[in-house]
Design a protein around this ligand. Sequence first.
Ligand SMILES: *[C@@H]1O[C@H](CO)[C@@H](O)[C@H](O)[C@H]1NC(C)=O
Length: 434
Amino acid sequence: MNRNVRSLLHAIVLLTGVALVLLNFGYFHYGYGTSKTSLIPHGLPSYFSPHNHTPSNPSPNFELTAGNPHFLAQTASYIRAISNSSDTTFPRLECPFSPTDRYTYMNKPSESAAPKPKYFFALDLHNCVKLLPRLIGSIVETIRFLGPRNCALSVVEGRSVDGTFEVLKELRNELEGLGIRYIFQSSDINPHAKGTDRIEALAELRNLAIKDILENSALYAQDTTIIFSNDIAVCMEDILELIHQRNAQSADMTCAMDWTYVGENPTFYDVWIARGMTGDSFFNIPPDGSWDYAWNLFWNDAKAQSHWQSFKPFQVFSCWNGITAFTAKPIMEGKIRFRKHLEKECYQGEPKLFAKDMWWNGYGKIAVVPSVNVEYSDEAAKKIKTLKGYTWSHVANEEDNMKIKWELDPPSRVKCIPGGYETQKWVAWNEGLP
Ligand SMILES: *[C@@H]1O[C@H](CO)[C@@H](O)[C@H](O)[C@H]1NC(C)=O
């Protein structure tokens, strides 16, 4: 290829990459697929019966604006699609899977006399109404499977002008009718506002989403799992497998693999946050910022690479990767919050700092579950599911040697990418902590 064309392509890929990193919080435009829908799980336990539906504790009421009448008039079809996984009003990623015996153990009520929620779903969402039938639909499907009384759903909507707010607001009756504790807030916090520290704003939004756990921890089971999702197209099986692997591996945190189609081929997306047990990023980004090596995942980490290639979970230093399931314990105990970097810490994203704080507090069993692959639109998620396989296809072929041999110590040094890639550097994993 002509050198100049190559450099131009470099520049474009670099700019796109930087833009993606900068826009790491729900600023995609969503495409549409033409898919049908997933199956409703059958054989649900009796406590899903349509009677007896009031949540054990009333959902908190936050002050909300009335909403835009134009969008309010359109919410019914979204709510119907969200609550009925067979609804075909909206084309969405196909999820042709019903949970198997593999996951039924997860829907037992928690052991206390008055069962408390033990699965806490948290999301920060902005302008993503087209994604709601698939994203919230899969979460509601999962909650039905796990038992509505075992679950709470917390959504923080922010500054949407596409009807996202209205759908999520109007969803409340439907969810409470199912017996789900639904915590819906709307926030003006704008990570992109002038003079705002973007990471501090994102951390604040994430803390808002888990606020109910912080403030009403007595309402939740001690072994609560938080499932925190980005604005992705996801299937119920993806969510269940992340929770399952957290249980099966005794992991503190499990993450999917998230992808983005910058060009024709998908690129691992969360490269700014994720670090392997080498302390390095999942693919090499040379100082010139080129993403030429994005195809070569775990290039210097044979163990992670072989596990990734054979769809077996593997330990990492940090991940988020579109959707993650983690223990609520250090949060309930007041040890960890989402935060920005400290003064003596390299500038980095709040999910990476979260993982660092997890290690610091003894919760270093953090793993990627590479059988779970997600993307940020229905259309591209179809492509990635076709390419990487649905979660169930890997689960069905699972081998015996799935158990992670946990390393107890983090990598001594971890790569930090503070701003441009030319400034990336290795720092002590616990840099800046007291
Ligand atoms: C769900 O949607 C399908 C397809 O439109 C429809 O046949 C079915 O009756 C709906 N189920 C409920 C409970 O509304």
